[in-house]
Write a protein that binds this ligand. Structure first.
Ligand SMILES: NC(=O)c1ccc[n+]([C@@H]2O[C@H](COP(=O)([O-])OP(=O)(O)OC[C@H]3O[C@@H](n4cnc5c(N)ncnc54)[C@H](OP(=O)(O)O)[C@@H]3O)[C@@H](O)[C@H]2O)c1
Length: 260
């Protein structure tokens, strides 16, 4: 296997840490990019230096809140900066993660991923997208957002996947210079999801039991796109790759269950 130099935007995040690990295990050179490592993909601070000599950018950076407009602005600016600075640095291509169902979403953070995808696919560097299901690691984040010993979690269907599994799939896509172009109509964007459908509330109950938090099921009304989510809009399409571990199997490997 030939090795390359990869710059990872969002390298310190939930997913980014696993992307860095997988790249290193596969013998690649890695440039971690986040504000914590001195690279700001919005202001451009440190970006040109970070991208010098890089072959492929992997974009797993994220906005921290659910507001659609703010998240859209983050993804639009970050993607433009990554591509423009990348082109000047001689980077060959880019790969980014998005969310399964982004194309169907009409509100909130998931809908902001539409601009993220479009920006990558229309920017100067050849780019590929991987859509992922909600992460196993996201369930802990949902519990963290609630206060006290009771958490109200929607019964919306999901097909949770481990960040490590997403990272392995993303790196494989990033390593492949011949991955099919996705801008053409009819070319499906690849998807990665976990092995089985469950509800977010069921997964949260498993984690809540370990944390001493009582999980109460709610119907999700009031959440962005609850109706289409209930109808399965955020479940993988038939062409998706499904891969373990299940949420329960993943939980059993976590010494101290945490959101990160
Ligand atoms: N959560 C899910 O279940 C899920 C499911 C499917 C897809 N996704 C997508 O996966 C991606 C990664 O999500 P995540 O949960 O891993 O995100 P995360 O844990 O919130 O990590 C975000 C990363 O972005 C970096 N970042 C933020 N602002 C930056 C800036 N201005 N310059 C440089 N780096 C910046 C952060 O580092 P610093 O703070 O140090 O800058 C951090 O490394 C997102 O696009 C998300 O939508 C998430």
């Amino acid at each position: 296997m030939s090795t390359s130099k990869f710059a990872v935007a969002g390298a310190t995040g939930r997913l980014g840490r696993h992307v860095v690990d997988v790249l290193a295990e596969r013998g690649h050179q890695v440039v971690p990019m986040s504000r914590a490592t001195g690279v700001d993909i919005i202001t451009g601070t440190g970006l040109a230096e970070a991208l010098a000599g890089v072959d492929v950018i992997i974009d797993v950076a994220s906005w921290h809140a659910s507001d659609r407009e703010a998240a859209t602005e983050f993804f639009r600016t970050a993607t433009r900066n990554l591509h423009e600075t990348g082109r000047q640095a001689g980077v060959g291509r880019a790969v980014a993660v998005s969310i399964i169902g982004a194309d169907k979403a009409t509100a909130g953070f998931v809908a902001a991923q539409q601009v993220h995808e479009e920006a990558h696919l229309s920017c100067p560097l050849p780019a590929r997208i991987l859509r992922a299901a909600q992460f196993h690691e996201f369930v802990g984040q949902l519990l963290d957002w609630q206060q006290g010993d009771v958490a109200y979690i929607p019964t919306l269907p999901t097909q949770l996947v481990a960040c490590r599994t997403v990272a392995e799939t993303l790196v494989a896509l990033a390593e492949d210079p011949d991955a099919p172009a996705q801008a053409a109509p009819g070319t499906p964007i690849p998807e990665i999801a976990g092995p089985r459908t469950e509800t977010m509330a069921d997964a949260a109950k498993l984690l809540g039991a370990r944390r001493g938090i009582q999980v109460v099921e709610v119907d999700g009304s009031g959440m962005p796109d609850a109706e289409i989510a209930a109808a399965g809009a955020f479940l993988p399409r038939p062409h998706a790759t499904l891969a373990g571990p299940t949420f329960q199997e993943w939980l059993d490997t976590q010494a101290c269950p945490a959101s990160t």
